[in-house]
Structure formats: C-alpha cells, structure tokens
Ligand binder design. Structure first.
Ligand code: ATP
Length: 295
C-alpha cells in the first residue's frame, strides 16, 4: 500500500502542499481530484522524488521509498517525457530496459502494449509523427511496460477521444483487477465516477474528502432534485426548506437541497404548477460533491 503522510511543500510564498495525506491500496483505483493548482502534480512528483517535500513521508508497504522501490512503479507525468525522434517500439523497449527487463522481455512487452493500446500499425513510427492522443497511449504504455505494482498517472485521459478513453479505462480496470495500486488525477468527474471506487479531493494542498464514491454520496449533506415541468417552478421550489441552489435550463430545474429536507408533498404541488415530465431525487453526483468540497 502507498501511504502519503502529512506532506508539506512550499515554493517561495506558495504553500503547494499543506499537510497532504492519502493512501492507495493494491487492487484499488483512486481518482485524485482537485481544482487547478490544488497540489495534485506536486503530490505525484513527491512519490517519485522529483521534488523534495519540506516535511512528511511517502511509504510503500511501510518502507521509505528509494530508487529501487521507485523503479517498480509506473509514472505518467504531466509533462509527457518521450523522445520525439525515437520510434514507438524502440522507446518502450528502452523504458523496459531502464526498469530492469531483459532485451527480449522489454521488446515483447513493448509489442504487447502497443498492440493492446490500438497502435499495432505504429510500432515503427517516430513519436513526433503520432497524434497527441496516440502519443498519450505510448506514454501510458511507457508507464506499464515493466509491469509496475503501483501506477501513478497525471491526467491520463486529458485530450483522448472516446475510443481511446474507453481503452484506457479498460486497461486501468485490468491493472486494478490484477492487484496493482492505481492512482490518477483528472478533471473529468463523470468519468472518475464511472470507473473509480475510491476518490480523494485535494484543495489548497490538503485532502478535504477521501473515501469510496458510494459512501461519500450516501453520507453527503446534500441531495440532488431534478424537476422537469411546464412553466417556471422556481417559486414553488423556493417554498421547500433547505434549498441551497436552483438552476433553471428551459423547463428543467436542477436543485441542490439539504439531505435532511422533507420533500414529501412536493410532487403534488409541482403537478399543480404545470405538466410534470420528470422528477428525480438522488444522491449528489461527484461533480456536486466536488463543488461542495472546494467552494
Ligand atoms: P492542475 O490541475 O492545474 O494541473 P495541480 O493540482 O496539479 O494543478 P500543482 O501543479 O501541484 O497543482 O501546483 C500546486 C501549486 O504549486 C500551484 O500554485 C503551482 O503554481 C505551485 N507550483 C508547483 N510547482 C511549482 C514550482 N516548481 N515552482 C513554483 N511553484 C510551483
């Protein structure tokens, strides 16, 4: 298990990490969320010794990390670090060799991952000749080529088309099912909600929410009410207790309301206001939880 404890890191006056603590277990996938500048990349870089925290610790199975442990991890950095002139297969074989594979193991693994990620025809293409999304697939392959026990991916889904997104999600799922610990940062909250059991939200350098998506949703202090009705139901909605916000898009009213609010009777009153097309009362989405946590 990866355990990050009480990390602090300042760059001059900027407190990038402010007591950040978080853990990732084997066989689990953690979505690491937070607004721009919250400290996600700084946390990930700390795992790989690319920045030195001012205080705090990062351990793997209880051991402080050295270069040996880190070689057994896979990292997809924010600044994609591939050699533009190198051919994709050569690049991956080279990465495999750096991480301790034999020449044959590295070449076989490079071929496997290029094929698995939909680049079977591109083994001999230079990295710079690949599209942004395809370079990103090679970058994921580079993180996977040595079969790491921990995968740390900085915004792996950014800029991918829906097919590549699906392939990347499947691969991360397979890695998790195979017992790897997987953590990735993302701003695509719907996607994270779909594929991750666990999430952590960082804000201003410390974790403000951590847990399973399901438990966090159930325990949330808010509920999401969606009402689609002819006419303006805003005045009617405002009669409910504990309404936190109402957004109206045409006939659709999206309401955030206290979980403790009693909405019985509301359905009847909404029907009096006009023809009711749709009514739902659900736990909040991850996007709602995120807004609550960072605002
Ligand atoms: P994003 O979602 O925009 O990628 P992030 O959560 O990854 O953001 P970080 O890149 O970790 O955020 O940055 C956290 C804070 O630390 C920001 O205020 C950033 O400007 C600052 N910071 C990060 N690296 C450095 C650096 N090398 N020098 C100075 N400030 C830095």
């Amino acid at each position: 298990m990866l355990v990050i404890s009480d990390l602090h890191k300042s760059f001059g006056d900027i407190h990038a990490l402010n007591g950040c603590s978080l853990s990732v277990q084997r066989g689990r996938m953690l979505g690491f969320l937070g607004p721009n500048g919250a400290g996600k990349t700084t946390t990930m870089r700390s795992i790989f010794g690319l920045i030195s925290p001012d205080s705090g610790s990062v351990t793997w199975d209880g051991q402080e990390l050295g270069s040996g442990e880190r070689l057994g991890f896979g990292y997809m950095p924010e600044e994609r670090g591939l050699y533009p002139k190198m051919r994709a297969h050569d690049q991956l074989s080279y990465m495999g060799r750096i991480h301790g594979l034999t020449k044959k193991e590295a070449a076989d693994s490079a071929s496997y991952w290029l094929d698995r990620l939909g680049l079977a025809e591109r083994h001999d293409d230079a990295i710079e000749a690949l599209s942004h999304g395809n370079q990103q697939r090679v970058q994921l392959a580079a993180a996977l080529v040595h079969d790491p026990a921990l995968l740390v991916l900085d915004e792996p889904f950014a800029g991918l088309d829906p097919i590549a997104t699906e392939t990347m999600s499947e691969v991360l799922d397979e890695q998790t099912a195979a017992g790897k610990a997987v953590v990735f940062s993302s701003h695509q909250l719907d996607l994270v909600e779909d594929i991750c059991e666990d999430v952590a939200i960082i804000n201003e350098g410390s974790i403000v929410v951590e847990g399973t998506v399901k438990a966090l949703k159930d325990a949330a202090p808010i509920r999401h009410l969606e009402v689609d009705v002819d006419g303006d139901a805003r005045a009617l909605l405002e009669t409910l207790e504990g309404v936190r916000s109402i957004e109206v898009e045409g006939s659709r009213h999206n309401v955030i309301i206290d979980a403790s609010s009693d909405v019985r009777g509301f359905l009847g009153r909404a029907q009096e206001a006009g023809r009711l097309r749709h009514f739902s009362y659900t736990t909040p989405s991850l996007t709602d939880l995120f807004r609550e946590a960072v605002q």
